[in-house]
Design a protein around this ligand. Structure first.
Ligand code: SAM
Length: 213
């Protein structure tokens, strides 16, 4: 959840766009409440809504998520995937992953989900892919390393969605700390890598959409 509604957009724009979001069903509402009460950083609802549209349009067969948390985005993506799709998702924290397994089980998704427990940079080299849809939402200082590990495993046309690219407004404001500096460098990389066509949107906490060419 975002720290401040007006960290990226002006408050009236952010509030207006939020008012247009469709209502969540009981499970997603319960997950949002759980995340709020236990301090879990799940995707903003407007990012979840964008993911619905992107996954539905891409109709991916092999999805990879870096950063499962309680499985909110797995449920969001899984509901839009075709039945033959496989979602693989990576989470380092054992207890958080147990919560994700429970919520994803309750969602009874049409597609299969495989949970990988461990540090993303250790798990990624073991995954074969090829993937056609990726959601990166994990350690901010590691985004570029995730991209390097993933690019050889991505099909042409694969989509990569990255969360938090504007990082509470700090990236554009020129602030300096490890995460902010890493994201600024990552945004330059995403925007200039000849293997990617990228757009970074001021949505949620800054959302990158890249397509592998
Ligand atoms: C922002 S949350 C993911 C939110 C989720 N994608 C969603 O929208 O519902 C990032 C997650 O990455 C996990 N994490 C932190 N460091 C990690 C690492 N090195 N490898 C894998 N997961 C890690 C955290 O425990 C946290 O649950």
């Amino acid at each position: 959840m975002k720290d401040r509604i007006d960290a990226i957009l002006r408050r009236n724009q952010a509030e207006y766009l939020e008012s247009l979001l469709p209502p969540r069903d009981a499970l997603l509402e319960e997950m949002e409440k759980f995340a709020d009460e236990h301090g879990h950083p799940i995707a903003d609802p407007e990012v979840a809504q964008l993911m619905r549209a992107l996954v539905r349009a891409a109709s991916p067969r092999r999805v990879l998520e870096v950063g499962t948390n309680i499985g909110y985005s797995v449920v969001v993506m899984g509901r839009e995937c075709p039945a033959e799709a496989l979602i693989e998702t990576i989470e380092i924290d054992h207890n958080t992953l147990a919560v994700a397994r429970r919520f994803v089980g309750e969602a009874a998704l049409p597609c299969r989900v495989v949970f990988h427990e461990g540090a993303a940079l250790e798990v990624l080299p073991r995954l074969t892919g090829p993937f056609d849809f990726v959601f990166i939402d994990c350690v901010k200082t590691e985004y570029e390393a995730y991209l390097d590990a993933l690019l050889p495993k991505l099909e042409r046309g694969a989509m990569i969605v990255c969360d938090n690219l504007l990082w509470k407004g700090q990236v554009a404001a020129g602030e300096h700390d490890a995460a902010t500096d890493a994201l600024r460098a990552f945004n330059r990389r995403l925007s200039s890598d000849p293997r990617l066509v990228t757009s970074i949107l001021p949505l949620g906490d800054g959302t990158g959409i890249s397509v592998v060419v």
